[in-house]
Design a binder for this molecule. Structure first.
Ligand code: KG4
Ligand code: ZN
Length: 342
């Protein structure tokens, strides 16, 4: 079974080809990605209309590239998967439209995949794949959630952010510090030169007793500290503030993850989504989990942020469990779509 996956929910166009047998972990044959970061940089964030137009330009050339690298043709594709949601409506419609048109032309079935399901299953394509059940820490630009995952399609939400997502906290703090978009990687790079203990920043909801997060207050504290430093702030102080900000975000994510493992009695955690690429998060989580003999799994670094491989993979794992593909090639995207109902 060969599945072509198309991701277009936000500012990355991703296409991939995955091979699956009836059982066993599916394998990635090829994937290609075009990031729109440079295009949106000038605006300090994603411009939805520009994102949609760029997906239209990129998706077919990327599909051609993937098939060529995999040594396959469209005739070899057995199923086409696309990101149905959540995400930007116009951007989602590009992937959905192309997927359904291709599937109709080829006479193949099509499936709409939940973007977050793709993220949380993405570590199955790594050299150290997890086993069910596990806790998933989903940390992206739009979501911060802790879930209990018993199998594909069996997701229980344990806690989530009540305001900003972890990625948003990185991005907004980075903007305050005068760093570009997306701010997460830029803030992480600057943080390497700083001392995280320099500034005391809040850890909201750390002792709330539940597994929810709140990051909206953090940017206010970062702003206050940055204002105090004045207009001729030196590079070293910016680095200290970046390191302190990163530590505040990472600290809450790590402690709540350990709490989720403890409360559920599970011994395995999967980290997925763009913020999962953060080196300090990985370092802290690895050491806290090693102390308690918990296993941590990550996607390959290239598959942490949005990509087509995770969409093809999720469709493949659903197919292995007998989930039906769509009966027709009509499509409707779901910009807001709770994972529990996927
Ligand atoms: O999963 P993703 O690619 O897109 C969404 O579905 O949102 O996540 C993007 C988010 C952005 O907020 C970006 O700043 C953050 O992930 N990010 C990072 C790092 N790499 C990406 N945040 C912190 N450190 C990183 N190394
Ligand atoms: Zn994502």
């Amino acid at each position: 079974m060969k599945i072509l996956g198309i991701e277009s929910s936000c500012d990355e166009t991703g296409v991939a080809l995955v091979h699956a047998e009836a059982t066993g972990t599916p394998t990635l044959l090829a994937h290609a990605l075009h990031s729109q970061v440079e295009m949106h940089e000038a605006y300090g964030g994603v411009v939805p209309e520009l994102a949609s137009r760029d997906h239209i330009r990129r998706v077919l050339p990327l599909a051609r590239q993937v098939l060529q690298v995999a040594g396959a043709t469209l005739a070899d594709v057995d199923q086409i998967a696309y990101t149905r949601g959540p995400g930007l409506a116009g951007a989602l419609l590009v992937g959905a439209g192309v997927a359904c048109a291709l599937a109709a032309a080829l006479g193949r079935p099509v499936v709409g995949v939940h973007h977050l399901e793709g993220h949380l299953l993405s570590p199955f394509l790594s050299s150290d794949p997890p086993e069910f059940p596990f806790i998933a820490l989903l940390v992206s630009g739009g979501h911060t959630q802790l879930m209990r995952v018993d199998d594909v399609g069996h997701y229980l939400l344990l806690g989530e952010t009540i305001d900003d997502a972890a990625g948003e906290a990185f991005d907004k703090s980075a903007k305050l510090l005068g760093l570009g978009y997306p701010g997460g990687p830029a803030l992480a790079r600057l943080a390497e030169f700083g001392d995280a203990s320099t500034f005391t920043l809040p850890r909201p909801l750390l002792h709330s007793g539940n597994l929810d997060f709140s990051f909206a207050g953090l940017k206010t504290s970062v702003r206050t500290q940055f204002m105090k430093l004045g207009s001729n702030v030196c590079e070293q102080d910016r680095a200290h503030l970046a390191a302190s900000t990163q530590e505040a975000i990472v600290d809450v994510l790590v402690r709540k993850s350990v709490q989720a493992l403890r409360e559920t009695g599970l011994r395995r955690i999967v980290v997925a989504g763009g913020v999962g690429a953060n080196a300090r998060l990985r370092e802290r989580l690895n050491s806290e989990c090693a102390k308690r003999q918990f296993r941590v799994h990550y996607p390959e670094l290239a598959l942490c942020t949005d990509n087509g491989a995770m969409i093809a993979l999720a469709a493949a794992m659903r197919w292995q469990r007998g989930a039906p593909a769509q009966a027709d090639h009509a499509f409707n995207v779901l910009p807001r779509w709770p994972l529990a109902t996927a």
